[in-house]
Design a binder for this molecule. Sequence first.
Ligand SMILES: Cc1ncc(C[n+]2csc(CCOP(=O)(O)OP(=O)(O)O)c2C)c(N)n1
Ligand SMILES: [Mg+2]
Length: 281
Amino acid sequence: MEKIALKAKAAQIRMDLIRMIHTAKTGHTGGSLSNTDILTALYYRVMKIDSNNPKWEDRDRFIASKGHSVESLWCILADLGFFPVEELNTFSQFGTRLIGHPNNKVPGIEMNTGALGHGLAISVGMALAGKRDGKAYRVFCLMGDGEQAEGSVWEAAMAGSHYKLDNLVGIIDRNRLQISGSTEDVMGLEPLEEKWTSFGWNVVSIDGNDIEALVDVFESAPAIPNKPTLIMANTVKGKGVSFAENVAHWHHHVPSGEQLELALAELSAAIEGYKQEGQVR
Ligand SMILES: Cc1ncc(C[n+]2csc(CCOP(=O)(O)OP(=O)(O)O)c2C)c(N)n1
Ligand SMILES: [Mg+2]
């Protein structure tokens, strides 16, 4: 998909996920809105995947280590045909497979995640297996910034550089908030980029809600052979919905009917703007 169309696609996914959360009366609104641009760039442009053959051996792998914000991922997998779009109406209902965290009974999901701190170690194993099997696939692992407080992240970071996994791309959704407030108040992370650099990763810092920048950095990785890449994606939690942006409370908050309408109006206005931008270009 062209870069310009990706912006409108991300806004549409935000509309889908906020509707889904409203219907289910539960969901991680802030973190899903924050990572929608990252997932849209990966799923609609960067990753080699096939919804008709989700277990294709040469597919790129995506691990949602910040598994709680699965809503954007469910909406994208449905939109791409991994399962029927109508199934989104069952999100978080009793008996559904579309539960509140990634579930590998759903086509397109590699691993069950949600207990923070485990996704990078899994991704290291997949990337190492790819190297040993002579495969060209890449592994993308999305982590939260609050998640960086988990010690297991740093064991996996060490292993990623030790094994020279340049087929591995870690992404931190650096929205500066976690469940209960600012990451710096809960567990100070800074200097975070320097930490990753000192663990042997090639660190690239970008605006993580800028789809064009995301595509460029994903497509140019690995910029340094034999090093894993860490993308510091500086994002806004709640991005795209004015009243949810940068508000910690929206981590797990459900929009009222009125808030839903307002959010949908803002996002459809954004889509109109992107369409005009596309015509101008
Ligand atoms: C091991 C573990 N401890 C606690 C939690 C509960 N929890 C769910 S989300 C969250 C905050 C995560 O914050 P962050 O990684 O910054 O994610 P984001 O801001 O992108 O939502 C916590 C502590 C969990 N899922 N796993
Ligand atoms: Mg966060």
